[in-house]
Design a protein around this ligand. Structure first.
Ligand SMILES: [Zn+2]
Length: 214
């Protein structure tokens, strides 16, 4: 069924769904929809299956909140990783960037975002409670290992800094070493745009936060 002056209803529906994705406006959504129209039935079915598989099989790790298909995730479950050293990142993409450097031998905590009061992202929207539980109670950390160092791997942006200060305030009264990635990263850029070499330098040159009780 086609609306006068509009696309047929199934095309409109597809455009509407594509438009809900981050960074996709109506024009881009329409371009993607036309690209999909040209795909074979098999290709379309494979794409639909891939989307369904993600929603069926992928969830967040109960401990570190990264994307996983097993519980806990492979990093939390790896006895070769140092569970006492916890690297806090904003999103799974940052974790993957740091993993690509091969330098961090500890575990992670994914905040699922960063504090942005103007954008409507508050403390309760992030996994800060879960992070503090891991620091407070070793039973909440992989293999019951107590946390001794928290590395704040947040983006050098206003929101990243706000989040880092908030976490430093919360962690200050706990007996953990608080460090931050070195400032080799371009100010204002998200961590996800850093190259592996930049991330490796930032990780190796990390320093104790001057506000920490350490
Ligand atoms: Zn995990």
């Amino acid at each position: 069924m086609a609306r006068a002056g509009g696309y047929p209803e199934p095309v409109e529906r597809l455009i509407e769904h594509l438009q809900r994705m981050p960074g996709i406006g109506r024009r881009t959504a329409a371009r993607l929809a036309f690209h999909l129209l040209k795909a074979s039935k098999e290709e379309a079915a494979e794409l639909a299956d891939a989307i369904l598989d993600v929603s069926r099989e992928i969830c967040c790790c109960d401990i570190c909140w990264q994307m996983t298909d097993v519980q806990p995730c492979r990093i939390c479950n790896d006895p070769g990783r140092d569970a006492s050293c916890l690297l806090v990142v904003e999103q799974p993409r940052d974790l993957m960037g740091i993993e690509a450097t091969g330098i961090h031998q500890g575990v992670y905590h994914v905040l699922t975002g960063r504090l942005d009061p103007l954008g409507g992202v508050g403390v309760d929207d992030l996994t800060i409670d879960a992070l503090m539980k891991r620091v407070d109670d070793s039973a909440c950390n992989p293999r019951g290992v107590p946390v001794s160092e928290v590395i704040l791997g947040l983006s050098p942006t206003l929101e990243g800094d706000t989040t880092a200060h908030h976490l430093t305030d919360l962690l200050r009264s706990h007996s953990v070493k608080i460090t931050r990635l070195a400032r080799g990263l371009p100010t204002g850029a998200s961590l996800e745009f850093a190259t592996p070499a930049m991330l490796a330098d930032a990780l190796l040159g990390r320093s104790g936060d001057s506000e920490s009780a350490d």
